[in-house]
Design a protein around this ligand. Structure first.
Ligand code: BGC
Length: 501
């Protein structure tokens, strides 16, 4: 693409700008143009995150009214929340292979269509089993989306803006949750749950249509021998002098990646696997989705009406988006570890507060507001640290050679831990029956107290095990891992990180 004519260049040389400066200016202008195209493409692909967030948030409000329609026990509520997570585990596990076979773009379009169909099934469900089938179908689409969205964005992005593009996905997740909370508020009322769940067709159609006009990942094209198409995509996302170099890089990495899965079992990878799987599980067992899925139910239990509970939940969604924006702006400046450590400290305090709120007697008038306050703090601190930094770190700490399969394992672990928490939350609070034997629950105080203790454990895990990746190239991170400086394998105190700045 020729951005400057010869006359314009000559004119700029004669107007006092050196030839070299003019070339830098030309490259910068060309980069701005290509960056704009990449940002638009990445924003459309981030609709995958929006779908993931939308479904995560929409079930919370829908549950209030599904309960009226079908009369649900606690166990049945958990059974309605959970199939999506089972579907997501399968979708995340199958996502990598499907992405290789169909291509990233076609898989995203197919995933959006599956999501569309699942939303229609849920909207018209005549009974609980039909609803469960719809949730399973939608879950499969979300599992695929949670994997292929970041994968596509990281493949389409030039290295220097890869960090912000990966974080764009978490911003889309939280925006999807907020959108769902607003939809829940708009459609509140008996039977409104059908509209809430059915409105997922809108973002699904936007993703499917949007992706039809977007390019295939150049990396997938090269791997499938479609070099000319790859060149033509790269000509829209890279300046011309970088195209051939990039194609060669992709070809080289593609060769190294052949023995992907078996390398994952080698001992030098283990510290990174412990960090990734550890963070994936801890991100969930500290209870975030009990709040995201059940916030209106929690608010209602503190004495709010259905409408006020939904409005308070919109507030939770706003805090989630706001704090995620702060994290995205701060993460490259202050680093990953400080955000994780501050976020987890805040989570311990907020969860401790929430546990106490439900314990203190005679607070019935203010208990609702105290619960709202603690929940907001909790979600805010999650969104500053564990929310975005987990997804960012898992895209950074694995050597290219195993990145695909390692991210697959970690994503499945994240969804599985999510399922465990969602299946046990209400039962932990209220008790239940197992094989005909009744058992008591530990109440809200005990449950949130448990999440506070697990957050404290996470704080120690991050302190001892998680490396700082700020300012370090992926090659440096890989070298630390190969060097086997066991445990927290990079210098987390930041000395080397600062040198790299
Ligand atoms: C988590 C989701 C959660 C969301 C909340 C994400 O990082 O993986 O499970 O629902 O954050 O914002």
């Amino acid at each position: 693409m020729q951005l400057f004519t010869r006359e314009q260049k000559e004119c700029s040389y004669s107007s006092g700008i050196s030839r070299q400066e003019a070339l830098v200016l030309e490259n910068a202008t060309r980069d701005t143009g290509t960056n704009r195209f990449i940002y638009i493409t990445a924003a459309i692909a981030a609709l995958n995150g929006l779908l993931f967030g939308f479904d995560t948030g929409v079930i919370s409000g829908a549950l209030l009214y599904i309960d009226n329609s079908f009369g649900l026990t606690h166990l049945m509520q958990e059974i309605i929340v959970s199939p999506t997570l089972v579907g997501a585990i399968v979708g995340a596990a199958a996502g990598g292979r499907l992405a290789d076979r169909l291509g990233r773009r076609r898989l995203m379009v197919a995933g959006a269509c599956v999501f569309f169909v699942g939303s229609v099934v849920m909207a018209f469900a005549p009974n609980v089993p039909a609803l469960v089938v719809g949730r399973l179908v939608v879950g499969f689409a979300i599992g695929v989306a949670s994997m292929v969205g970041p994968l596509y964005n990281s493949e389409i992005a030039p290295p220097k803006i890869r960090g912000s593009l990966v974080s764009l996905n978490q911003l889309a997740v939280t925006s999807g949750i907020l959108l769902a909370y607003l939809v829940n508020y708009v459609f509140k009322g008996p039977g409104g749950w059908r509209w809430m769940l059915g409105s997922g067709v809108v973002p699904a159609a936007a993703l499917a249509l949007g992706m039809l006009f977007m390019p295939e990942s150049p990396r997938w094209l090269v791997e499938n021998g479609r070099l000319d198409e790859a060149r033509s995509v790269l000509s829209r996302t890279r300046s011309e002098d970088r195209i051939e170099e990039e194609i060669e890089n992709i070809e080289e990495t593609a060769q190294v990646e052949e023995n992907d899965a078996s390398t994952l079992l080698e001992s030098w990878i283990r510290p990174a696997l412990i960090v990734g799987v550890g963070l994936a599980v801890l991100q969930q067992v500290t209870g975030i989705n009990t709040v995201i899925y059940y916030a209106p139910t929690i608010f209602k239990s503190t004495g709010f009406g259905a409408s006020a509970s939904l409005l308070a939940t919109v507030g939770v969604g706003l805090v989630n988006v706001g704090a995620t924006i702060c994290a995205v702006l701060l993460v490259d400046r202050v680093g990953r570890r400080p955000l994780l450590l501050v976020g987890l400290t805040g989570m311990v305090l907020a969860l401790g507060g929430l546990s106490a709120v439900f314990f203190l007697p005679g607070l019935s008038g203010v208990v609702g507001w105290a619960a709202v306050g603690s929940l907001m703090f909790y979600v805010g601190f999650f969104a500053i640290g564990m929310g975005p930094v987990f997804w960012l770190l898992i895209s950074e700490i694995y050597p290219l050679q195993v990145r695909g399969s390692a991210m697959g394992v970690v994503t499945v672990a994240n969804w599985a831990a999510n399922l465990l928490v969602s299946l046990t939350f209400l039962t932990l609070i209220n008790g239940g029956t197992f094989s005909g034997v009744e058992f008591g629950g530990i109440g809200q105080t005990g449950t949130f107290g448990l999440y506070a203790v697990l957050s404290l454990f996470s704080l120690l895990f991050v302190y001892w095990k998680v490396p700082e990746t700020k300012g370090r190239s992926l090659e440096e991170i890989e070298a630390d891992l190969r060097g086997g400086t066991s445990g927290k394998y990079a210098d987390a105190s930041g000395e080397t990180a600062e040198n790299a700045d």
